[in-house]
Design a protein around this ligand. Structure first.
Ligand SMILES: NC(=O)c1ccc[n+]([C@@H]2O[C@H](COP(=O)([O-])OP(=O)(O)OC[C@H]3O[C@@H](n4cnc5c(N)ncnc54)[C@H](OP(=O)(O)O)[C@@H]3O)[C@@H](O)[C@H]2O)c1
Length: 335
């Protein structure tokens, strides 16, 4: 079996840590691994039972590598992606840098695996809130075209990276000790609060995060689907949750939707109201699958279906989806 030279840019971050775990767990065929970073250059970090020194992003740093997994933000991704391609790498990028570029496929393997075939060196990993929603939308779309989605998200602190997690942890301790709360990463205190803002506001009153869900869902599903989102940050450490209302072209039988969810790839249905069984972020952190529950017909619309959906946004929402894209490239003989 062929083995690949893999470089991770952003290996020390929240997503990078997951990359390191997943490549080992999934026995990704690695010949050589390199970690690139910024403030941690020179530090040794774990990769399985090895310690690898973080190196700087500099000329020649991608030479001899086949796959570049990027999770270091949009600015550096824009700066160095072409250099990585010129050096012979295929880039799988977690940032927002390339997602809406018409030349760059935006891929969720359960939804649009064949879009990888169109790649010209970069494949973009969608926004985490969008990934978990489209994994759940795809089985419904297979039954009847989805015209419209309304969604309210409940997003974990870790969506804002390692510093987001650290800020929530510090704030929880400060609140418990009756101390003043430190606020840096989030616009307000997050502990004991919820913040109806993720990312900055755009001119139409939606935030950038909400507009990502609008645009990215259309691109991934290759569809005219419309998405109206309200994205909210909640004081949960890990796993995003979403309340989703779907409007389909045809009226659907709930039994068919249940069957479609049960058979869908990457999805687990937990739905037993009588026994208080439904997905929750606390109990699904670290899992690969997206969990759905609270499935019911929308009381306001015969063509409406509504459900609750929870996913580990650092795993399926970021690192796992990117590693699955790399696996897809191997499977399709593209590297
Ligand atoms: N957290 C999530 O749930 C999530 C989900 C989906 C997508 N993403 C995306 O994934 C990316 C990383 O997010 P994260 O949450 O892992 O952030 P993070 O915890 O803040 O980590 C950022 C990483 O990027 C590296 N980095 C930053 N600037 C760099 C530069 N100029 N050159 C090289 N490395 C640089 C850092 O390296 P040093 O430590 O060495 O400075 C660190 O490893 C972002 O684009 C984010 O939007 C995150």
């Amino acid at each position: 079996m062929k083995k690949y030279n893999v470089v991770i840019m952003g290996a020390t971050g929240a997503v990078g840590l997951e990359f390191r775990k997943l490549l080992i767990e999934r026995k990704f065929p690695i010949n050589k691994i390199k970690f690139l970073g910024k403030s941690t250059v020179g530090q040794q970090i774990e990769f399985g039972d090895q310690m690898i020194t973080v190196e700087a992003v500099e000329d020649g740093c991608f030479d001899g590598f086949d796959i570049a997994l990027f999770s270091a933000g949009a600015t550096i991704s824009k700066e160095v992606s072409q250099k990585a391609i010129d050096a012979g790498c295929i880039v799988v990028d977690n940032s927002s840098a390339w997602r809406m570029d018409p030349e760059v496929p935006l891929v969720v393997p359960e939804v649009n695996p064949d879009d990888v075939l169109k790649h010209k060196g970069i494949i973009a990993n969608p926004n985490c809130t969008t990934i978990q929603m489209v994994v759940a939308l795809k089985p419904i779309e297979n039954l009847s075209h989805i015209k419209k989605v309304h969604v309210a998200t409940y997003q974990a602190a870790s969506g804002a990276g390692a510093t987001g997690m650290a800020e929530l942890e510090t704030q929880i301790k400060q609140v418990a000790n009756g101390e003043d709360v430190t606020i840096n990463k989030f616009p307000y205190q997050l502990a004991m609060n919820i913040i109806p803002q993720v990312d900055v506001f755009t001119e139409n009153g939606y935030t950038k995060e909400e507009m990502k869900m609008f645009h990215e869902t259309k691109k991934i599903m290759n569809s005219d689907i419309d998405v109206s989102a309200t994205c909210v940050r909640i004081p949960v450490m890990r796993n995003h949750s979403e309340a989703v209302w779907v409007e389909t072209e045809k009226e659907l039988d709930l039994k068919d939707v249940i069957k479609a969810f049960e058979n869908a790839k990457g999805l687990t249905l937990i739905d037993n109201p009588a026994e208080k069984k439904y997905p929750m972020p606390l109990f699904s952190a670290g899992e690969d699958n997206i969990f759905v529950g609270r499935l019911r017909k929308d009381i306001t619309n015969p063509k409406g279906i509504t459900f609750w959906c929870v996913g580990d946004q650092i795993k399926k929402g970021a690192a796992l989806n990117a590693v699955q894209i790399a696996e897809l490239l191997i499977e399709k003989g593209l590297i």
